[in-house]
Structure formats: C-alpha cells, structure tokens
Design a protein. Sequence first.
Lengths: 219, 199
Amino acid sequence: MDGIHDMGGTQGWGTVRIPPDEPVFAEPWEAKAFAFGALSARLSGQNLDAMRHAIDRQHPYDYLVDGYYGRWLGCVETMLVDSGVLAPGAVDARARRLRGEDVSEPPDATPHRPEYQPTAGGSLREIEAQPRFSVGDRVRTRAHAHAGHTRLPRYTRGHVGTVAAIHPAQVLPDTHAHFIAENAQHVFAVAFDSTELWGDDAEPFALTLDLYADYLEPI
Amino acid sequence: MTAVPRPHDRPDAALRAEALESLLLERGLIDPKVVDGLISRYENDVGPMNGARVIAKAWTDPDYRRRLLEDGTAAIAELGYSGPQGEHIDVLENTPTVHNVVVCTLCSCYPWPVLGLPPSWYKDPAYRARIVREPRRVLTEMGLPLDGDVEIRVWDSSSEVRYLVLPERPDGTSDLSEEALAALVTRDAMVGVGRVTSP
C-alpha cells in the first residue's frame, strides 16, 4: 500500500538530530509497547509481516504523532482486534476508565486467529528453485503497488538496477502478511545509480535494496 | 473543515499501554515475568557493545575479519550474538574510498543482535526520507563530512537482511587491546553516520 510509512525520498522533514546519551526507552510505556510488540505475533496468531502491515495501516496522523513505540502500541491493538482477541474499542474504553471516565467496555469478541501455520521459524527458507537472476543482470522493478503489504518502496518502482548479490530465500511479505502463502523466493540485492532514481542533478551515490524475485522483471 | 478529523481526547500512549496491559493480564495472555525479561534484555544485554566487540575482533584478527565479510551471520554468532532481527547479517566494509551507510525507509529495521534497538535518529522521518536521496548532505549535517572522492553506498534494509558497517580502524591504535578498541567503537559508526576516532 502507498502509505505514510513509505518515507524514502519524501521532502520537507528538516534536519536529523542525534540526541546525546539517549536511553533505550525514553518512557516506561515505550518499554511495555516494545514487549507487547515482541509478543504480538504469538498473541494474535499472526506473523512479523502482518505486524509490519499493521504499522503501515495506522492512520497517517497517528503514525507521525505517536512515534515509533506509539506505532508499536497501535499495531498490537490492530493485530489483537483483527484476530478477535480484543473487541474493537476495548483498549480505548479501558484507558478512559483508567482515567476516571464513566464509559462502558465492549463485550468480548470471539477469537478468530488466522488459519496460518508457518513451515519453519523466522523468515528464511531453503528452496529448490534456482535464483531467477544472476549477479550482473539488469532488472526493472515493478511499477505499481497493490493495496496490501509490500516491501518495494515507492521511490524505487519502475526503475532499472543491477543485481549485486543473491541472498537466501525468504517468505514473500506481500502474501505472508495476509496469510495467503509463504511464497518463499530468492531476494536480490539490486544496486541503483542515484541518477536513475532522482535525476541528473542527484548527488552521485549508489543505493542498494534487497528485493524479492516477484518485484523484478528481466530487461 | 480541512483539518484531519482525529479524536481530540484520545487517551495518551502511557494510558493506552496500561489499558492494553490490564486487558492482556486479566485474560492470562501475558506473563509479567516474560514482559520484564524482554525489557531487561534489550535495556541491558543486547546493544551496540555487542557490535563493538565484533568490530574490535575484526580489526585485530585478520582471519576473523575475512570470515565476517564472507558470512557475517556465522562470524557474529561465533561471539554468541544471534536472535530476532539478525537472521541474516551482512557486513559492509568502509575504506578510505568507500563509505557505507544503512537505513530502513519503510519502517526502522535494524540489526538488533549486534546494535540493540534503534536510536531515535534512525527512526526519524528526516533520516528515513533523506539519506536515500541526499546522503552526502545528510551525513555532513550529522557531523560526518566526506571528501568529494569518497564513494557513498546507501543500503535500504527492505528485506530480512540486516547490515552492520565495519568502520575504519583509527590511526594510532596499534598498541590497543581488543577490549580497548571495542570501547572506541560507536553505534553511529556501525550504522555509517559516524567514524571511530582515536582516544
């Protein structure tokens, strides 16, 4: 999906600042949000790609205002509601009651975790198929995204690059996030020249992304 | 009405985290000991000191350096570092003529086993948006001006591959032990937005 999360190359953000002596978690709730996020796949019967997609789907306003661990909190709630572990509105109602508002909580939902069984732990898989491309091949990225989860950023779509390395096969986020199939396939490190992405006036540099075979077509 | 309509009295994040925790606890879905253990592990045990040990060993042991550049995951696991967000780690070598810098534009993927959880600047929209478009300018703003003849390579972590930068060993450190070298290595140098300096 074309969402706020897909930030590469967008403009107007200002300067990057490095705060000195930053703690791992700025507030105790950030630590809790991290822990719940780390447990979210197990709690919801989902997976890491679904978790990323639940972050992609946060409202653009909330995405920016909530910050990193606020998004984790939001995505955990989304995953739990999607799997029927919590009812829609349950977290908001409980939070309001905690601050003294007289609101009623929704009745429990019926859990409906996805019918999803990973074939192995993690995202890497052994596959028998030979890599579709070789190092040095010129490839073009797919020009359009679908409405679901994808790891092909907008700024690289429809561009030509060169395969620089072949990585181990991984489950395809685009189908795995939606519990359709693992679709394990090779991932290719594809190097793009900065002028291919940003035009002739671009700073000279090389940009490499790790792209799933389905994102690429031969030239 | 042109403003984005959002609830003006939405409970804040601390309250929502507390609410979520109480809902999960009363359903018996989380164990407070597991939650505390996870938090403690990433506050105390998993962090850039792990990556710094990898880098210092690579600086002092040429055979380890070769293994690290050939198969980062395996060489890093030799020192006991593996786990979530570290299924496959590639190591990128900085040289006097090549400078590598790492980002994740789509979320904030980061090599947890060697660097811990990402710092705020790595998650900042300004970094995620700009380092893939004007890296030389961003690095200069972040305090790392590079000579014009240095080739910049930017790596956007768009799959489950994670990247660790092997910074250049600073001059004047030939007498230092591996442990003393590890103490010099910074998180920012291992992402590629800083360099390691002599003590």
